[in-house]
Design a protein around this ligand. Structure first.
Ligand code: BT5
Length: 262
């Protein structure tokens, strides 16, 4: 169903194709499938406030009771972006969403947790999952934002929501702010030939990233662990972690980060 522009006028002014589902399993799964079957334009959006089988990273679940959260997926045509720079897409999405949430929670402590969770006061309000389309021609970036979620609905202790923070989320404004920033960041990255330092994206992500300077524990997909201080983000978007007493840092491209102090 195409949503009326009057429902999300700001979003419709940014995106050429906005669809809302009353409910669905996963907006990411739906948009990956739709993009593989049809020639959907760049910045096509699919959203719902009732997502029933939300996907997290590494087969984890993203849990949101009906009406308590926004599930939003956007299709990005990234064919002109060098493959080696595509690791910046999830980081750009995390930065864009951090800025969009900050614009509505201006009194709160809103930070990006590397690579792309958005935290408010150290608790997760948004998670992001980027997935390639079946033909690898485009990327679908999905964001789950806890909006009206009441304290008793939070799926984990480490979660928060706009409602818990005492605010009502303007979803239309949030999506439009996010899409404008994300598109602008990726356009600049593409124009710089994939150089995130030259495009300014590296500096934006560093400035938004609350992980930097904190002691962290990294759990790698193979089960191994690394503890140290998050000392930087390199030019490929990897988190640099320095062990106590070590001269050199280790670059982390994939792993779960726990902030050991906030
Ligand atoms: C993520 O995974 O944070 C990515 C979440 C992406 C969800 C969006 S919604 C639109 C699109 N369609 C989809 O199907 N997915 C995307 P990860 O970093 O693996 O975090 C998952 C973990 O976060 C879970 O194991 C829980 O511990 C926690 N969690 C689950 N639901 C949560 C929620 N609503 N708020 C905060 N934390 C949550």
């Amino acid at each position: 169903m195409t949503i009326p522009a009057s429902g999300y006028p700001l979003t419709a002014a940014v995106s050429p194709r906005v669809q809302v589902a009353e409910h669905t399993g996963s907006t990411n799964a739906d948009l990956v499938e739709a993009a593989s079957a049809d020639d959907l334009p760049h910045l096509s959006v699919l959203l719902t406030t009732d997502q029933r089988s939300g996907r997290g990273r590494l087969d984890r679940r993203w849990e949101t009771p009906p009406g308590s959260a926004l599930a939003l997926s956007v299709l990005l045509h990234v064919g002109d972006l060098p493959i080696e720079a595509r690791g910046w897409i999830p980081l750009a999405a995390g930065w864009a969403m951090t800025e969009a949430i900050r614009a509505q929670l201006s009194d709160a402590d809103v930070w990006l947790k590397w690579p792309n969770d958005v935290l408010v006061g150290g608790r997760k309000i948004c998670g992001i999952l980027a997935e390639a389309t079946l033909d690898f021609a485009a990327v679908v970036v999905g964001s789950g934002v806890n909006t009206a979620m009441a304290p008793e609905q939070l799926p984990v202790e480490t979660a928060t929501s706009f409602a818990v923070e005492g605010e009502v989320c303007d979803e239309d404004r949030l999506i439009a702010d996010y899409l404008v920033r994300l598109d602008r960041a990726l356009t600049a990255l593409t124009a710089s030939g994939g150089d995130a330092v030259a495009s300014g994206l590296h500096a934006d992500v560093v400035a938004a990233c609350g992980t930097l300077g904190l002691p962290v524990r990294v759990s790698f997909p193979d089960g191994s662990l690394l503890e140290g201080v998050a000392s930087g983000i390199d030019t490929e978007g990897r988190l640099q972690v320095t062990r106590p007493g070590a001269l050199h840092s280790t670059s982390v491209s994939a792993g779960d980060i726990v902030h050991l102090r906030f």
